[in-house]
Ligand binder design. Structure first.
Ligand SMILES: Nc1ncnc2c1ncn2[C@@H]1O[C@H](COP(=O)(O)OP(=O)(O)OP(=O)(O)O)[C@@H](O)[C@H]1O
Ligand SMILES: [Mg+2]
Length: 257
């Protein structure tokens, strides 16, 4: 039994990578086997999780472009139970290669299928755009987790994203579910933060996680040390929030095959 979750929002800098990195770490610390796939050519997750260039023989680009078997691209991280498929700048080129393929939106789905028996959760960190990399992630996934920054224009981008998700459900992946909306970078000293959080909850109701991720500088510092916050600063407010989110997600045990 396995669940594939894409972490996506076409808006940049909303906390997708921070969420993918820390959620997958906390899930692994719960003694689950987790695979996190970096599907963003920026490679922020790859470096934030502490993978060095010399450890990377193959990454997601090689899977897309050269048909390298996914198993050969899986790298064990320093965290027991947590494995990663990495991304480098080359991945920008994969989007162009995919354009020339016939089954351009189902490539990642086929790659992930045989891995499902080995991992309880497979998380995909998406880039801040709606190109073929994101489409492949959404077609391969059971559900979508959407981080939303508690700032102006959050709702505008969110309604566009939900419309696109329904289109993908209609055309490519009828089982695609909205896993949940995660409020990120919440600043309790700023009334705008609370206002945005209230508005998002009013519209999306129970689909918004109870857990809110606070703005916490430790979350921004940790990737520079190649460590998730669970290891870098386990008692920080950011680490505690991601630990709470992990529990919320694990309690929702609608796991799919
Ligand atoms: N809760 C937080 N508190 C403080 N800083 C944060 C928090 N979450 C993320 N950051 C920082 O904000 C920046 C953007 O976060 P992140 O990279 O996770 O967003 P993203 O949505 O993946 O961005 P992109 O769209 O470029 O991929 C990073 O520098 C990150 O370290
Ligand atoms: Mg990112």
């Amino acid at each position: 039994m396995s669940k594939v979750i894409a972490i996506t929002n076409q808006k940049g800098g909303v906390g997708k990578t921070t969420t993918a990195l820390n959620l997958s770490t906390f899930l692994a610390l719960e003694k689950e086997k987790i695979l996190v796939i970096d599907s963003d050519p920026q490679g922020n997750l790859t470096s934030g999780i502490g993978i060095k260039k010399e450890q990377m023989k193959y990454g997601l680009y090689d899977i897309y472009a050269a048909g390298v078997p996914a198993r050969e691209a899986i790298i064990a991280t320093g965290i027991p139970g947590l494995s990663v498929i990495t991304a480098t700048m080359d991945l920008f080129g994969a989007e162009l290669d995919l354009l020339e393929k016939n089954e351009r939106e189902t490539t990642l789905k086929k790659v992930i299928e045989p891995l499902k028996k080995d991992f309880k959760y497979i998380m995909i960190d998406c880039p801040p755009s709606f190109g073929l990399l994101t489409l492949n992630a959404l077609v391969a996934s059971n559900s979508v987790l959407v981080p939303v920054q508690c700032e102006y224009f959050a709702l505008e981008g969110l309604s566009l994203l939900i419309k696109l998700l329904w289109r993908i459900r209609g055309s490519f992946n009828e089982g695609l579910d909205l896993e949940g909306i995660l409020l990120t970078m919440f600043n309790r000293h700023i009334s705008l933060s609370k206002q945005i959080a209230d508005e998002v909850r009013k519209v999306f109701k129970t689909k918004v996680y109870d857990t809110v991720i606070p703005r916490n500088i430790i979350l921004a510092e940790a990737p520079g040390h190649g460590k998730p916050v669970a290891i870098y600063a386990p008692n920080s407010p950011g680490a505690k929030a991601y630990a709470d989110l992990t529990k919320e997600i694990m309690n929702d045990n609608t796991l799919l095959i």
